[in-house]
Ligand binder design. Structure first.
Ligand SMILES: Cc1cc2nc3c(=O)[nH]c(=O)nc-3n(C[C@H](O)[C@H](O)[C@H](O)COP(=O)(O)OP(=O)(O)OC[C@H]3O[C@@H](n4cnc5c(N)ncnc54)[C@H](O)[C@@H]3O)c2cc1C
Length: 378
């Protein structure tokens, strides 16, 4: 019987597999897609300092080729108030790092292959049954009628299933992502700009910026279909002419919402990554949070390897992750809603908030550490 069966070989499932391997816990990963399908993932991830430390331990950091963020510039379109957060204030070499999700997937898959982690591609899991000290995975073909027994099933299939939707909020927004080039190359500064229709982020990456532009559902198709010139003119207006944009590559759109399971554990089951909570990308928390969840699970299993799916162990895991998980969900949702309110009073209050933040170094440090470390930054 497998100690742990991991459903989903995305960045979260593969990270968990490597962490378990380091902890000496046996596992296999089952993924519905063919090998290498995730290498073309167009998302760009802002990785925290904590994530860097985990990837260094897994020996994947160099392969990921992430670019450091040394300053974050936060502002609001059409209103006064901005704040600058510098790495030097927080005692870490960088506030975060920017990486292509496809490259993260490739680095993790290569390390899995090099270290003998068993990754079974093209296998869709259709469900499971738990009982008598084990859980059984069920599959669509192939491998046909075969069932795989495991002490624990780690679900990392990238979505909170409809029947376990728990709390949901549809932001009625989409994120348009693309790489944009400016006449002056980025110098480690990330820009987060809040506009009446959603936040826009420019993240420095290999001589250009990764753009994450949040727009209402009804505006997404129009924006995606604009020709490059018109698209860049629109973007330039959003940033008040601060940047001289010269090119943009193909755009991809992602629908945005909040969905999370009240508890990330069940009978012989644990949910991780987007399968446990799917967050708005505004605060760059989703993957970083998932990695902290995976790390904690691997630590618990290493300390108590006899039965990986025991109810006591899973209850301890849920309790250990409660604060960080709730804080990341609340922080992200709060930010989306605070900056999503369109009335003039809220806009002025936000402007005053940003100005105050610019004057209060302790509050700025708090915000930076929350982004860098998760709840342990409090
Ligand atoms: C625009 C955007 C920007 C983002 N920016 C950031 C950021 O800056 N920082 C950050 O931390 N996070 C960010 N996120 C969130 C981050 O992308 C996700 O948290 C992360 O990619 C989730 O990875 P995952 O492995 O859980 O899911 P996925 O990457 O979706 O992987 C799931 C895997 O499961 C497999 N699968 C699905 N169903 C089955 C099945 N039935 N059987 C077997 N296999 C199955 C799939 O083939 C896939 O390989 C962003 C998200 C978006 C949309």
């Amino acid at each position: 019987m497998l100690p742990v069966a991991i459903v989903g070989g995305g960045p979260v499932g593969l990270s968990l597999a490597l962490l378990l391997r380091q902890a000496g816990i046996g596992c296999e990963v089952f993924d519905a897609r063919p090998a290498g399908a995730g290498f073309g993932d167009r998302r760009v991830l802002a990785l925290s300092h904590g994530t860097r430390q985990i990837f260094q331990r897994l020996d994947t950091w160099t392969e990921i080729g992430a670019a450091p963020i040394t300053t974050i510039h936060v502002s609001q379109h059409g209103h006064l108030g901005r704040t600058l957060i510098h790495a030097a204030e927080t005692g870490v070499p960088a506030l975060g790092y920017v990486a292509e999700a496809g490259r993260v997937a490739r680095a993790l898959a290569q390390t899995c292959a090099a270290t003998g982690v068993k990754l079974r591609n093209g296998i869709r899991v259709t469900g499971s049954e738990a009982g008598s000290g084990r859980a059984l995975l069920r599959f669509a073909a192939p491998p046909g009628d075969e069932t795989v027994p495991a002490q624990l099933i780690a679900w990392a299939e990238g979505a909170v299933s409809a029947e376990h939707g728990g709390v949901r909020r549809d932001y009625a927004q989409q994120a348009i992502v693309a790489a944009v080039q400016t006449r002056t190359p980025p110098a480690g500064i990330a820009y987060e700009r809040f506009t009446g229709s959603g936040p826009v982020a420019l993240l420095p990456l290999a001589g250009r910026y990764a753009l994450v532009w949040t727009v209402p559902d009804d505006a997404a198709a129009d924006l995606s279909e604009l020709d490059d010139r018109a698209f860049l003119a629109r973007l330039s207006a959003v940033f008040g002419g601060r940047h001289d944009f010269i090119s943009v590559d193909a755009r991809a759109a992602f629908p945005l919402g909040l969905r999370y399971r009240e508890t990330p554990v069940g009978e012989r089951a644990v949910w991780l990554g987007n399968a446990a909570q799917t967050l708005h990308p505004v605060a760059g928390q989703g993957f970083n949070l998932a990695l902290r969840d995976a790390c904690e699970l691997a630590r618990q299993l290493r300390d108590e390897p006899a039965d990986c799916g025991s109810p006591a162990l899973l209850a301890r895991h849920a309790a250990a992750r409660h604060l960080d998980r709730r804080a990341a969900i609340g922080f992200t949702d709060g930010l989306v809603r605070l900056f999503g309110l369109r009335d003039p009073f809220s806009a002025h209050a936000r402007g005053a908030g940003l100005l105050a933040l610019d004057l209060m170094s302790a509050a700025r440090r708090f915000l930076a550490r929350r982004m860098i470390f998760g709840a342990r930054g409090w």
